[in-house]
Write a protein that binds this ligand. Structure first.
Ligand code: DC
Length: 235
């Protein structure tokens, strides 16, 4: 029987983790899970239910509602997973600036992490999954056969994210994008619960000066190395 490995991809905000994860998943025929989308889904729920006002999060109110938050992914026409929150497709709403503003504060909440990590482990229990996030190699799948930690310099990340938002018709400035990325990296790296850090056995990829194809080829070469070392002739 074909054995499929687990691939964990972590790193800073907007450094192309999801793009790489999606492309790798397409190449290998694996399931791709964007775990950040799930934290964004909980943030959207909090905004929709008035649990965030005047920059303040009603944590107790959110904890009471946690059991009523159902998240799942469905593949769209181009086979890309899209997030559903309580059975409504929220893929574009979770990418708006207001969600980006609050998501790191929601992701610091222990109970939110416990719920989402449990769901993420279920999605990956049979292997054949590529998940990207901040704690995938350290907490969600500490035994993943391949762990990649992606980084890129802040000016390049800002430019990429800015162009992506402009292309989607969103209004923003480079200054606002850079501020959001820097703040999120700070909160994500310094929180008490599962802070963003490179797992000891993760391979670092700085993609500041790599094209998408070069990064994909590099990642595929690591996949092949794992396959060889595990004597897997087909992934
Ligand atoms: O990958 P992203 O930018 O869409 O993630 C949104 C936020 O969710 C990010 O600022 C930190 C948080 N996150 C997390 O804490 N753990 C994960 N596994 C994924 C995302």
């Amino acid at each position: 029987m074909k054995r499929q490995i687990t691939i964990a991809i972590d790193g800073f905000s907007s450094c192309g983790k999801s793009t790489l994860a999606k492309e790798l998943a397409n190449q290998l025929g694996y399931l791709f899970v964007d775990s950040g989308a799930m934290y964004r889904g909980v943030t959207l729920f909090a905004l929709q239910n008035n649990l965030i006002s005047n920059n303040d999060i009603d944590i107790n109110g959110l904890l009471k509602e946690l059991p009523s938050i159902e998240l799942h992914f469905e593949l769209n026409d181009t086979k890309t997973p899209e997030l559903f929150l309580n059975n409504i497709n929220v893929e574009s709403e979770i990418r708006t600036p207001v969600v980006s503003t609050f998501v790191s504060q929601i992701a610091r909440i222990k109970e939110v992490r416990i719920k989402l990590v449990e769901e993420q482990r279920k999605m990956g229990e049979k292997g054949g999954v590529i998940m990207d996030g901040r704690d995938i190699g350290t907490v969600v799948f500490p035994n993943a056969e391949l762990k990649l930690f992606i980084t890129a310099n802040i000016d390049i990340r800002t430019e990429r994210r800015f162009q992506e938002m402009i292309n989607k018709g969103m209004e923003t400035t480079k200054e606002a994008v850079e501020k959001n990325l820097t703040q999120r990296d700070f909160i994500d790296s310094n929180r008490e619960e599962s802070p963003l850090k490179q797992a000891k056995d993760a391979i670092l990829i700085d993609n500041s000066h790599l094209t998408r194809q070069e990064q994909l080829d590099l990642a595929l070469s690591y996949v092949q190395k794992v396959a060889k070392s595990q004597r897997l002739y087909s992934l």
